[in-house]
Design a protein around this ligand. Structure first.
Ligand SMILES: [Zn+2]
Length: 267
């Protein structure tokens, strides 16, 4: 049994979703995680960045997740312990691998206004001339519970004794929110840049519980100039349906309108 699964079963009787595959040390910048992977390598291939080697250099994603989940939990709950610090950089476009989802894990990326959706997905350098942009408007079909890191409270002062327990969790969430807001350079190192935010997002998707259950997504501030609030919802292609798809109970949102625009319409 993997470390993460064991740990989660100890912590939470409601279960834990497996994440399959192996990940290499080049996919992380944190020294502790890098060393853990080197010492626990079981595969010569990284399923995450696709790198192959003659010797074993990738460890089970589930085991690596165990180290990270433990670190996050310590960092969140025990003010005296060091825990791991979250040091990732993030940003990016809505193509795979994505800012919050590794290749193969699907999520819904959206925003609350058209312009932000455009800014989040459109890349002028990759655009073709006279490219038509399809904009879909979705209506949620049920009450969704989301983590809003787009409007976090400020981290309390160390002298604010009453709120001292909030310093570490808020510091962590602010770092997570900042990483999502940083623009990324497409230079082939995206995998390493994305890994920390993706892992933290996987944690919120699969492990985190708020009161009686899981959360449905994360709201964050757009990293684009002029962009407002954006969101990621934890669902696959079955999570969105057309109005004529009656009886689709798994869908959490319904497409209500499609419009066609050009990039110049948003200038
Ligand atoms: Zn890798």
């Amino acid at each position: 049994m993997g470390m993460a699964k064991k740990w989660m079963m100890e912590q939470d009787e409601r279960g834990y979703s497996f994440i399959e595959g192996n990940i290499c040390s080049d996919c992380f910048t944190d020294e502790t995680i890098k060393n853990f992977i080197k010492e626990n390598a079981t595969s010569a291939k990284c399923d995450y960045c696709g790198k192959k080697s003659r010797k074993k250099m990738a460890a089970k994603f589930d085991d690596v997740m165990g180290v990270i989940v433990k670190g996050i939990a310590l960092d969140w709950t025990d003010p005296d312990s060091g825990g791991i610090t979250y040091e990732g950089r993030e940003g990016g476009y809505a193509t795979q691998p994505n800012r919050m989802s590794p290749a193969g894990v699907s999520m819904f990326y959206g925003s609350f206004d058209e312009k932000t959706a455009f800014l989040e997905t459109y890349s002028p350098s990759l655009a073709k001339e006279d490219e038509v942009i399809n904009i879909g408007k979705f209506i949620t079909k049920k009450f969704l519970r989301v983590l809003d890191i787009g409007s976090l409270l400020p981290t309390p002062s160390v002298f604010d004794i009453e709120n001292q327990h909030l310093i570490k969790p808020l510091r962590f969430l602010h770092q997570f929110a900042d990483d999502i807001a940083k623009p990324i350079v497409r230079n082939g190192a995206e995998h390493q840049e994305y890994a920390p935010t993706q892992v933290v997002t996987e944690y919120f998707r699969n492990n985190y519980r708020y009161l009686e259950g899981k959360i449905d997504g994360i709201i964050y501030k757009s990293s684009r100039k002029g962009g407002k609030t954006a969101c990621v919802l934890f669902c696959d292609e079955g999570g969105a349906c057309n109005p004529e798809d009656v009886g689709n109970d798994t869908a959490i949102m319904e497409l209500s309108r499609v419009s066609y625009k050009k990039a110049s319409d948003y200038e």
